[in-house]
Design a protein around this ligand. Structure first.
Ligand code: PMP
Length: 451
């Protein structure tokens, strides 16, 4: 038995893989990875795969970046872990200072968690608790967007609008007020993104007018609804939303977990609108995908609402064992140092332009209904009949065929339904962009050529 087969079989005997119908692996090969470097993953027999999705959007500076690896090795010799309740340490202090300097102005406090979903739970709890501490305990609900995604834990799933992940658990979930997303895929022919986005804001304004008294916060993914198929909208929505939340006395939670750290072309997607959310969730790119870490950044106003004598019982008594883990914080610090060392966003603009140039030939493809891009995210949406806006039935799993073709050719593409997207590590070279894009185009041709 080959080395690859050996690891596949052993994995399938005991590992329950995430987001997977395990039965698919009777025919869909599991890919065992032995090592990784830069944009490349390598299996046990030397076959390489270009990680065009940054391993679930986390890995912004490539795998095993030498600077991050060196900083982690040093940190391992110094301090592995210590609980953050009652104790503190150098990596968490320095990281918090740097994050507050980098984040939209006014976000001055960092509360840590160890994954994106937990950060969303923290933000949701904090928002309600803030109002409770201010004497408004009736603010128990949340407004979220259709097609949004905020994670898999029950609170985060409740405010998500992606039926595929949510529907089986509906009876367990709190009921948010769901507002129609500003998604520009839905715009009328010829309509400008900004006009469509402004028009859609009416739904949010109405929801706020009706429900502000019972709503603690609005939660959105700024600019790109990633898990919902890389659907995008104009930053004007965030400006209008910021203004309306303040006017209605409702907090604004920006879930920057997927779009933070330069992914959309600015450090944070909220920067495109020049706004400061009340709470901002970050994770994924925070450690460049090296170790799990997440944070919720808050304004001082929120922080002060919890600051009182113990007996007031206003404290935020939320904890995770690995809160602010020193190794994860060091990986995050090393990541921020890489942003300080060179103009990453300028380099990304060049790579993003190359990706666009390579993919635009698909605009005349008979099964491509939309190509959209925001910074280092480029998405191609497939459709059975674009002119009639007729979708491919989900059961045909066209995207999966692109995935299979990509694996054959050594490119990891993992479409979301009928949306094939490119979200590579920022260190991708021009030659690698060509390989990635050509493979995606060929995969799309093959997946759409069958009846
Ligand atoms: N929010 C957004 C916008 C995300 O894209 C994700 C993960 N895809 C999450 C939250 C959840 O993060 P995690 O998978 O680390 O729990």
């Amino acid at each position: 038995m080959s080395l690859n087969e050996n690891w596949k079989n052993r994995s399938l005997a005991h590992v329950w893989h995430p987001c997977t119908q395990m039965k698919d692996h009777q025919w869909l090969p599991l890919v065992p990875v032995k090592s990784a470097e830069g944009v490349w993953l390598e299996d046990f027999e030397g076959k390489r795969y270009l990680d065009a999705v940054s391993s679930w959007w986390t890995n912004i500076f490539g795998h095993r970046h030498p600077h991050i690896v060196a900083r982690l090795k040093e940190q391992l010799d110094q301090l592995d872990h210590v609980m953050l309740g009652g104790f503190t340490h150098e990596p968490v202090v320095t990281l918090s200072e740097k994050l507050c300097a980098l984040a939209p102005k006014g976000l001055t406090r960092c509360f840590y968690a160890d994954n994106g979903s937990s950060a969303v739970e923290v933000a949701l709890k904090m928002a309600h608790h803030y109002w409770r501490n201010l004497g408004k305990p009736q603010k128990t609900r949340y407004i979220s967007l259709s097609n949004g995604y905020h994670g898999e834990t029950l609170g985060a799933l409740a405010v998500s609008g992606t039926g595929l992940y949510r529907d089986s658990y509906t009876p367990l979930l709190m009921q948010p007020i769901q507002v129609l997303s500003p998604d520009c895929f839905d715009r009328s022919p010829g309509e400008a993104w900004e006009d469509h986005t402004r028009r859609r804001f009416r739904h949010m304004e109405e929801a706020l007018e009706r429900h502000a008294g019972e709503v603690a916060a609005v939660i959105v993914e700024p600019l790109v609804q990633c898990a919902g198929g890389m659907r995008m909208y104009h930053p004007i929505y965030l400006r209008l939303l910021r203004e309306a939340c303040t006017r209605h006395g409702v907090l604004l939670i920006a879930d920057e977990i997927a779009v933070g750290f330069g992914r959309t072309g600015r450090m944070f997607a909220s920067d495109w609108a020049g706004i400061t959310p009340d709470l901002m969730c970050i994770s994924k790119g925070l450690t460049s995908g090296t170790l799990p870490l997440a944070a919720v950044m808050s304004t001082d106003e929120i922080y002060q609402a919890f600051y009182d004598d113990y007996a007031s019982y206003k404290a935020f008594l939320h904890s995770h064992s690995f809160t602010g883990n020193p190794l994860a914080c060091t990986a995050a610090l090393a990541t921020l140092e890489l942003f300080e060392r060179s103009d990453v966003l300028a380099a990304n603009r060049r790579s993003a332009a190359m990706m666009w140039a390579a993919m635009t030939e698909l605009s005349s493809h008979r099964h491509v209904i939309d190509i959209r891009q925001q910074g280092m995210i480029l998405a191609v949406e497939l459709a059975k009949n674009p002119r009639k806006r007729e979708e491919y039935p989900a059961a045909e799993r066209r995207g999966l065929r692109v995935y299979q073709y990509g694996l054959e050719k050594g490119v990891l593409l993992r479409p979301l339904g009928n949306v094939v997207y490119l979200m590579p590590p920022y260190v991708i070279t021009p030659e690698e962009i060509v390989t990635m894009c050509q493979t995606a185009i060929e995969g799309i041709d093959i997946a759409t050529s069958e009846p």
